[in-house]
Design a protein around this ligand. Sequence first.
Ligand SMILES: [Zn+2]
Length: 82
Amino acid sequence: MSDTTPLCPRCAHETIEHIFDSPVPGVWEVVQCGRCLYMWRTSEPARRTRRDAYPEEFMMTPGDIGAAPEVPAVPPLRTPGG
Ligand SMILES: [Zn+2]
């Protein structure tokens, strides 16, 4: 693990879960925020991986997360010829 505490770029949460390692060990990791579920690969640019470089318009607060609308359900498949 890294010796610095990573913060979620999107919501600044401190609980970051390790999801996956690169096939060649030590090249990158995929990690995910435990609160807002934002997921990123550690080799992505700073604007995707660092709180201090993440675009302000995409940042979320706990209030934003609580008020976020439900993710829309996937509609049923269309029938052939329909
Ligand atoms: Zn987050």
